[in-house]
Design a protein around this ligand. Sequence first.
Ligand code: ZN
Length: 124
Amino acid sequence: MIKLLDNSLECINCKIKNKQIILAIQSVKEKLCCPYCGCPSARVHSTYEREIQDIPFQDKQTILLLTTRKMFCDNPECTFKTFSQRFDFVVPKEKKQVGLWKNIDYIYKIEFCQCVIFIENRIC
Ligand SMILES: [Zn+2]
């Protein structure tokens, strides 16, 4: 389902806590292109987590925890040494809105939530 946002994403964890649906997401792309010069880079500087609030589903708030990489740009002609990974569906530095649920059929949302609850019950 996450792949509807971006084909290179995978969901590494999901849980329903209180009134929140929390999805931990990361990109499977190995190389990222520098947004300043366009050169691909596979050299990771660091990673951090971005928290993005999506529109609520039913009575639950959706939170996306996006593992974001900071990369080195190895192009000697580039004026930037590092750059942060960007996601098409999030405005850089914005904390809100990706519209995860927007393009998804209602029935899939129900199935998804049932699936998460099922997984949680098995673990507990
Ligand atoms: Zn660059």
